[in-house]
Design a protein around this ligand. Structure first.
Ligand code: MOS
Length: 712
């Protein structure tokens, strides 16, 4: 060990990214590449009755206009197992297989041309006539249906209870009963989704923006009814995704279908507008939270009911109700989950899916409960500290949340917070302090990795993972260099290719625990092989030369054991926020955020901090900016662009203080990590909402909080 783990090393892929050397999906240039443009439905529900593609077909450069009338029929072979990232019930959208329209923005045709401009221009000339049917475009809570059995098995039951929460709530001397909601949000990663498909006989290569190349291969094999072995998926760089590239969306199928149709490699790159309809989004969710407590603040009942939107063709459910079941100790907890089918595209995970938003409603309610009790909000959390995961009935593998509360409160200066709202002012600014707890389950999946040592003293590690931006290239290079005893410059890490050893989905904060431990295991196996050659005092390169070897390869699989039968595992955090609210115009500034996290061992504090900053900024967006403006008459997002869909900009991001408490959780994995991505988003939005209340005395429970809610 040369202690490279734990060092604040700069991103190893940084120079390639800032100099434009890093090649993203849309930038590959296979010979003969042509370009596609989608035609999307303009109605939310109905049938296509006629398509006139004459003008489009006559446009210079156009090679084909593909619709359900001339597209090949795809087998959509039943998969043996649904990929874990697909919804557990319903049926995926089958592009160009029939005239039905299920939502506005559904791809109904694709134009392929020699240039992107020719394709885009011709796409506007395709005339489609519809028979319009009455759509469902409103989130009617009364229309909510329970989640499926399959979802229940996946930990998202329609109903769950321990104790008798309603009875206990009725008997509680102090009660809070609120409704909170958050808007439909879109990932809006900088890099638009894109796929290039290239056929060579019955072999298909896909250059794709993906968080899981293995899933793209699996999904396309099932759609086209072909062996996985005939498909290669390449995705070396991903320019942000936040969950939007977990699934294999219809545009990937469209690229492959179009490429086979025109017998040329085809690129489909979604426009920003199409990124609102051709991939998923965080579903609009309305939640009731009822908390009952004794006068000393000890919780006696938690009831949380969530109603979320889904599409008419798939049920998507998320872990919204995990936080009420696991965050605090409480004998009586009841949760209820309902889905409302709407004529829209299917939602999908977006950073800390469900958990960030379940936490949002719960932590606003906790703030209100603290006020009703006359207790400090942090003190209320400490009085209800969960020493075990009471939902699973298991001890935590590690939990340093108390240390997070202490460190965060100390750095923030929480003990100087006056209890009464609207009691801090700086000129025309009202100042408020708020806090929230964050929790996100830590998981691990099986992963394989290959490590190769070359006679020039360098090593290359490969596994089919992804790096959507958290710094996987860098952290894995560190793990490998540390394990092999090599300087960081001597190690290359490669990912994003189905030809490499199998890796799990790059999501759910599992990458470090899953891929990291496979990298470590492969490097240990390689060290073992080197050891067999001799003592290696002159280094591995000299040893290999002595034996006349050009390279040595080692492969290893790393899998979780049965730890989850004995322990629950989660990352924890405490978030403290200071806001300044302009009393006259209602503008909110997030002046300071302190986030203190227990994520287990931190492999690289520099990129870990960077990842937390990203999560906190996402939380500022959730609290103050992000909302898809939905027009119920049209069934459309009206601000499907980055000019009108607001996200935080530099001026919205002020002083962010990210802290990690010491941790090393080796119960679930030898590296001692618990995962970091999602926890960074959790707790931020409710801490801001609570701070806004503390500043203004106005409780806003429907996010984002906009000036209109704070003036007048
Ligand atoms: Mo994340 S929503 O697990 O990509």
């Amino acid at each position: 060990m040369n202690a490279i783990i734990g060092q604040p090393i700069s991103r190893v892929d940084g120079p390639a990214k800032v100099t434009g050397q890093a090649v993203y999906a849309a930038e590959f240039r296979p010979h003969g590449l042509v370009y596609a443009a989608l035609v999307s439905s303009t109605i939310p529900r109905g049938r296509i009755t006629a398509i006139d593609a004459t003008l489009a077909e006559q446009t210079p450069g156009v090679l084909a206009v593909i619709t359900h009338e001339n597209a090949e029929r795809l087998p959509y072979r039943e998969p043996e197992k649904r990929p874990v990232v697909d919804p557990k019930s319903g049926e995926q959208l089958r592009v160009f297989q029939g005239p039905e329209v299920l939502f506005a923005g559904q791809p109904v045709a694709v134009v392929v041309a020699e240039t992107q401009e020719q394709a885009g221009g011709a796409a506007r000339l395709v005339r489609i006539t519809y028979a319009v049917e009455e759509p469902t475009t409103a989130l009617q809570l009364s229309d909510g249906k329970p989640t499926s059995e399959a979802w229940a098995k996946a930990g998202r039951p329609a109903d769950a209870e321990r104790g008798d929460a309603d009875a206990a709530f009725g008997l509680s001397p102090v009660k809070i009963d609120i409704v909170a909601s958050h808007a439909r949000e879109h990932h809006n990663a900088m890099e638009p989704h894109a796929t290039i498909a290239e056929w060579d006989g019955d072999h298909l290569t896909l250059y794709d923006k993906s968080q899981w190349v293995g899933n793209v291969r699996m999904e396309i094999a099932h759609v086209f009814g072909m062996p996985e072995a005939n498909i290669r998926v390449i995705s070396p760089f991903v320019g942000g995704a936040f969950g939007s590239a977990l699934r294999t969306w219809p545009h990937v199928t469209i690229a492959a279908l179009a490429a086979r149709h025109v017998r040329r490699p085809v690129r489909v790159e979604l426009t920003r507008r199409e990124c609102f309809t051709s991939i998923g989004f965080r579903p609009l969710t309305v939640q009731r939270v009822a908390l009952g407590a004794e006068r000393d603040g000890v919780l006696s009942a938690i009831i949380q009911e969530a109603t979320a939107q889904t599409s008419v063709y798939e049920d998507y459910a998320e872990a919204t109700l995990e936080p009420p079941r696991t965050t605090y100790t409480c004998p009586n907890v009841r949760t209820q989950y309902r889905l409302v089918e709407m004529n829209t595209n299917t939602p999908c995970p977006m950073r800390a899916p469900g958990v960030a938003t379940g936490t949002l409603a719960l932590e606003i309610a906790m703030d209100e409960l603290a006020e009703a009790l006359g207790l400090d909000p942090l003190e209320l959390r400490l009085r209800n500290y969960a020493e075990r995961d009471e939902a699973a009935g298991l001890p935590w593998s590690s939990k340093e949340l108390r240390a997070c509360y202490e460190l965060g409160a100390e750095r923030f200066g929480w003990n100087r917070r006056p209890p009464r709202p609207r009691s801090m002012r700086d000129g025309h600014w009202l100042i408020g302090h708020g806090m929230a707890t964050a929790i996100y389950h830590a998981e691990r999946s099986s992963c394989s990795a290959q490590a190769t040592m070359y006679a020039n003293g360098t090593a290359v590690i490969r596994t089919a993972s992804s790096d959507m931006g958290p710094g996987t290239y860098t952290s894995m290079t560190q793990v490998a260099a540390d394990t092999l005893g090599l300087p960081i410059e001597a190690v290359d890490f490669e990912l994003g290719d189905t030809e490499m050893p199998t890796a799990p989905v790059h999501g759910g904060s599992i990458t470090m625990a899953s891929v990291g431990n496979a990298v470590k295991a492969a490097c240990e196996a390689l060290r073992g092989k080197l050891k067999e050659l001799g003592d290696g005092t002159d280094g591995p390169a000299a040893l290999m030369r002595q034996h006349g070897l050009d390279r040595i390869d080692a492969q290893a699989d790393a899998k979780p054991g049965d730890e989850s039968e004995r322990y629950a595992s989660a990352a924890f955090g405490a978030v403290f926020v200071e806001v300044r609210v302009d009393a006259a115009v209602g503008a909110v500034q997030v002046a300071r955020v302190v986030g203190a996290y227990d994520a287990g061992r931190v492999i690289n504090p520099k990129i870990a901090r960077s990842q937390c900053i990203g999560g906190i900024v996402g939380g500022i967006g959730m609290a103050l900016h992000e909302i898809a403006e939905w027009d119920e008459r049209l069934g459309r997002v009206m601000n499907a662009n980055l000019a009108e869909y607001l996200v935080p900009v530099n001026a919205d991001v002020m002083d962010l203080d990210v802290q990690f408490v010491p941790g090393n959780d080796t119960v679930f994995n030898p590296l001692g990590v618990k995962g970091l991505a999602e926890i960074a988003l959790c707790g931020v939005a409710p801490a801001i909402a609570n701070a806004v209340y503390h500043a203004t005395g106005r409780r806003v429970r429907d996010l984002p909080i906009r000036a209109e809610a704070l003036v007048g």
